[in-house]
Design a binder for this molecule. Structure first.
Ligand SMILES: [Zn+2]
Length: 332
């Protein structure tokens, strides 16, 4: 009944693809579907939304889905909302071509929202919207055709171990940044970019003079703009991590404003990130950010940019911290 070609092309996990195929063929046992077949005497959403439960509701307006979408947005990911199932299908078909990760994420959110709805019906228990959001992001990040048994399901979920650095999901890159200031007001900002296996992609640092450490933490994030290369944009998502909670909150709020077209005061410029499907600002504790701190300290001596691990110019501490981070997780 609806064109489902875009679903096949989206490289969804088989479970999510099958679920969407059933939606498009009107073969999902919603309460409305069951009432039409005289198997149930009501057709409302079992979550108490006071709406008829058919495709429109489960794919665009069920409150639990909207909650999970809000959670995803708060984490800095860009995700659309739709007014109707027809709009949802036509827009996802379009988005699937230009921002496939975003379309996969939406499909996965609807899938987990439905799974959670089923556990309400069968066990009376709803999954948390944070859990739905995290699992959907992890699922959407997996390249099923290339990597069907990836073990990175938990990679996005808020650091399982808060004492060690955690790699991003496959196909994503992660930048850790930090800033440091000496009494003389000489300041250094620096960072390191790594892939899902913890492999070093590049490292950078800039020297400046300033007295406000919070501001320098923000400068550290802004300095990412200077090192993003075209080849990095091949990654689907870029995660930018730092250990200053206030700066992360400011950046996440700024993303929210940009996404919602709110214009007030000064706006952060995220245009250099637009080549990625999505970008995330994330807070980690200092223990997970030691390598970035090391880069900021190296930058006290002067600017640098390394895109290979040349022993002659890179200090031994950098190597040992890089190895320490790499030893802290297991690739499956
Ligand atoms: Zn509902």
């Amino acid at each position: 009944m609806f064109d489902g070609n875009w679903v096949q092309k989206l490289d969804l996990s088989p479970r999510v693809a099958c679920f969407w195929w059933r939606i498009l063929k009107d073969a999902l046992p919603t309460t409305d579907f069951l009432m039409n077949r005289r198997l149930l005497n009501y057709n409302c959403c079992p979550r108490g939304c006071e709406a008829i439960e058919k495709w429109d509701h489960i794919t665009t307006s069920c409150y639990k889905l909207l909650q999970a979408i809000e959670t995803v947005k708060k984490r800095g990911l860009i995700i659309p909302v739709f007014d109707s199932f027809t709009e949802c299908c036509s827009q996802l078909k379009r988005i699937a071509k230009v921002k496939p990760f975003m379309a996969k994420l939406y499909c996965s959110l609807v899938f987990y929202s439905w799974k959670s709805r089923n556990s309400v019906v069968h066990d009376g228990q709803e999954l948390g919207s944070c859990f739905i959001a995290s699992t959907a992001v992890s699922l959407a990040s997996i390249l099923t055709k290339l990597n069907p048994f990836s073990g990175h399901w938990g990679a996005f979920q808020r650091q399982l171990s808060t004492s060690s650095w955690h790699p991003p999901p496959p196909g994503w890159i992660k930048v850790n940044v930090d800033a440091t200031i000496r009494r003389s007001n000489v300041a250094g900002v620096g960072g390191v970019i790594r892939d899902h296996k913890g492999r070093f992609l590049c490292s950078f640092g800039y020297n400046c003079v300033h007295w406000d450490s919070g501001y320098m933490e923000l400068v550290a994030f802004r300095s990412i703009k200077r090192v993003i290369k075209d080849w990095m944009v091949g990654a689907k998502v870029i995660i930018m991590e730092g250990d200053n909670a206030n700066v992360i909150k400011y950046l996440q709020d700024s993303v929210f404003k940009v996404v919602h077209y709110e214009v007030d005061g000064m706006m952060e410029d995220f245009s250099f990130l637009m080549g990625f499907d999505s970008f995330i600002f994330s807070h980690v504790n200092r223990e997970c950010n030691k390598l970035a701190d090391c880069c900021a300290n190296i930058a006290l001596e002067g600017d640098f940019f390394w895109d290979d691990l040349c022993v002659n110019k890179i200090p031994p501490l950098f190597f040992s911290l890089l190895k320490e981070d790499g030893d802290g997780f297991i690739i499956t």
